[in-house]
Design a protein. Structure first.
Lengths: 396, 287
């Protein structure tokens, strides 16, 4: 279906990533945000609070991130498309409800405008150090989807994709921004509503009495109903059967947890979204995401001027990780270079996919600013054999 | 067999009969409150398809799962913020929060405080058994001074909450307290709470014979109900500052607060309608 024109601010804008993310959510049909102020994400909810009364919907500033991350789930069961917005400390508080959303299959979007951590860390400065937390942070086994925009324009465009994926797979989707993307101001083109594709909720056509909340077809994703429509649903964070009733035994656990993992793992080919630049025929491939991709691009272009065959592979969807693609490339390239604003997180996934078939060079950074392009350039040159040999990693 | 005995228990249609038997211990007070709640729903004449019940975690947290309503068994302490989202997402729903004292006032205390302050249109029913039953009888913020619990093995030295006073101070528009002995009054109070627009709070004292009474040598469930009967005084409109509970002491029950304040949604709608020319409402089809 097409976007509701009421939420689409068609035109050319000069706005930051936080504001663009808000516009993306509105265009995607988000009509309920519960949030709590936290730098550097607050502008998203500030804009939503200002915009939503003119569109029709709700913004509520809750008492904390714990409340925000479950209020959105209540609103989803009332039928709304929903989102919450936070940064590191708030994300840490939300962890239990990320598990609830994954386990009860609540389509929703969590925006994480990443800042330096751990703890209060660097509230106004960038990092990309929550990448493993969103994948693994809540207890138990579950799967999520995470996207990483590298510009205000992508903060708009990919937000629509984030909402659409949350509806398709009924999982929490993480929108992994960072302080720089959140606060950088650039041109953002918002198309007409008729040009924006929106994935409608998977509404069940079953009648009350026939519907089972967790009965899934071949795509492993159950259809939804909402409260108030006579289905008398029961939803629980306990292990549950197809009726949604608690089923506290190993067999029910196996059936449910395996389906929740498989609905992503067995369909991960549908969830590969990378941007490739000169990867074909490259001897060195830089793997990056988010703001780091823009710094890395400068290094890649400089390396090419120096005669290195270097490709750039940018992760747009970070989770699930495109392991098959990296594995396939590892048969043909000499080395992968992985700069990221953390001390080595996504590089672990690259290493797992490469399995020793090529060198994997991590370029960690504790955050607070972005990499110097020269640092990335040096590693590219070293990996290609044209520069000084790469030193062993001191920090792992 | 006479006609009355042949008739189906009038509460049964309100229960998910395929989930019975329930998990509650013999002598537990929660089941009695569910019975009263079902009767209050009957008397309220609400469209049950539009009533949703939200629970947290714990023994009382299991109530949602037994009610034949749209029902949500959420996370520990977070029934109120979930219910807030559900209500705001579809204001045509009547949303009831049904949970225990530990869930609502220890881990969930902050949410209670703010939902009452906002006058969120929720009916909050708290079963207060003074203990954490599900985990084996630990001290709760409602455990009376002096009572023994597994994590207060030498007797509780922490002061407990006076819940009606807390609820009134935070802004609840309807506050009452009953015990499981006061079934008639409780049914009426639940009916009033369901009908009240705004944040209504009903505290129900209920025995936990397995973990509270036994550990404190108070007998079984019946003994505790006898205590409720003998030591309770009905004082409608009582000053909530004066209704704090003590270990096996006097109990003041009644309807303490019944007042009017605009709900969060009413306040927002009124304000936005007056200051925003093109205000579009909350965007729900059944507004």
């Amino acid at each position: 279906m097409k976007a509701d024109p009421k939420g689409v601010l068609t035109g050319i804008h000069f706005i930051d990533g936080d504001h663009a993310a808000c516009e993306g959510a509105l265009a995607a049909g988000c009509r309920f945000i519960a949030g709590y102020p936290i730098t550097p994400s607050t502008e998203v909810v500030e804009r939503f609070a200002q915009r939503i009364p003119h569109i029709g919907g709700i913004f509520i500033q809750m008492e904390d991130e714990i409340a925000s991350s479950i209020a959105i789930q209540g609103a989803m069961w009332a039928g709304k498309k929903v989102m919450t917005v936070t940064s590191g400390p708030g994300l840490s508080l939300m962890m239990e409800h990320i598990g609830l959303a994954a386990f009860t299959e609540v389509p929703c979007v969590f925006v994480d405008v990443q800042r330096g951590g751990p703890s209060t860390g660097l509230p106004t400065l960038p990092a990309q150090a929550d990448m493993m937390q969103v994948k693994w942070g809540s207890h138990g086994d579950y799967e999520i989807i995470a996207l990483s925009p590298n510009s205000p324009q992508e903060s708009f465009d990919l937000m629509i994709k984030a909402f659409n994926l949350s509806e398709t797979f009924r999982v929490p989707v993480f929108f992994m921004m960072d302080e720089v993307v959140g606060h950088m101001v650039e041109r953002v083109a918002i198309p007409e509503a008729s040009k924006i594709e929106i994935t409608e909720r998977r509404w069940s056509k079953k009648k009350p009495g026939e519907y089972k909340p967790y009965e899934a077809g071949p795509d492993m994703v159950p259809d939804l109903v909402k409260a108030g429509d006579g289905h008398r649903i029961h939803i629980t964070g306990l292990t549950h059967d197809e009726r949604g009733y608690p089923a506290l035994n190993a067999a029910a656990q196996k059936k449910l947890v395996e389906r929740l993992l498989n609905k992503i793992r067995l369909r991960k080919d549908e969830l590969v979204d990378v941007r490739q630049d000169g990867v074909e025929g490259a001897e060195v491939v830089v793997v990056s995401f988010g703001i780091t991709s823009r710094v890395a691009q400068a290094a890649v272009e400089e390396a090419r001027r120096k005669g290195v065959k270097v490709g750039h592979l940018r992760l747009v969807i970070c989770w699930p990780f495109p392991a098959a693609l990296i594995a396939e490339l590892s048969e043909r390239v000499k080395a992968f270079v992985v700069p990221e604003l953390n001390m080595g997180q996504m590089v672990l996934e690259v290493e797992r996919a490469v399995l020793g078939r090529a060198a994997v060079v991590s370029i960690p950074h504790p955050g607070g600013t972005v990499h110097e392009p020269q640092v990335i350039l040096d590693k590219i040159l070293a990996a290609s054999g044209k520069g000084a040999p790469a030193p062993q990693r001191a920090v792992r | 067999m006479n006609e009355t005995m042949k008739a189906e228990n009038p509460v049964l249609p309100y229960l998910r009969q395929d989930r019975l038997p329930h998990i509650w211990c013999p002598g537990c007070g929660i089941g009695s409150t569910v019975n009263c709640f079902a009767r209050a729903l009957t008397e309220s004449k609400l469209d049950l398809d539009k009533v949703a019940i939200v629970s947290g975690i714990g023994c009382t947290g299991r109530v949602a799962g037994y009610m034949n309503l749209d029902s949500f068994h959420t996370t520990h302490g977070r029934a109120i913020p979930f219910a807030t989202g559900l209500k705001l997402g579809n204001p045509s729903l009547k949303v009831v929060v049904y949970s225990g004292d530990g869930d609502l006032f220890a881990i969930g205390g902050n949410h209670f405080v703010h939902a009452a302050r906002r006058n969120m249109d929720l009916t909050v029913i708290c079963i207060n058994n003074g203990t954490y039953g599900m985990t084996g009888g630990q001290v709760a913020p409602t455990t009376p001074l002096g009572a023994t619990q597994t994590t207060m093995p030498y007797g509780n030295f922490e002061p407990s909450f006076n819940l009606p006073f807390l609820a009134e101070a935070c802004g609840a528009v309807y506050v009452s307290r009953w015990t499981v002995f006061h079934v008639r009054q409780l049914i009426r109070s639940m009916r009033e709470g369901l009908a009240k627009r705004g944040f209504s709070f009903i505290e129900i004292l209920a025995p936990c014979p397995t973990l509270y009474s036994r550990r404190n040598k108070l007998g079984d469930g019946v003994d505790q109900v006898k205590y409720y009967k003998e030591r309770s005084t009905i004082k409608d409109g009582a000053d909530t500052r004066e209704v704090g509970l003590t270990f096996q002491g006097d109990i003041v029950v009644g309807k303490f607060v019944d007042r009017e304040r605009p709900t969060w949604l009413d306040a927002m709608t009124r304000h936005y309608t007056s200051v925003i020319n093109d205000y579009q409402g909350v965007g729900h089809a059944e507004d």
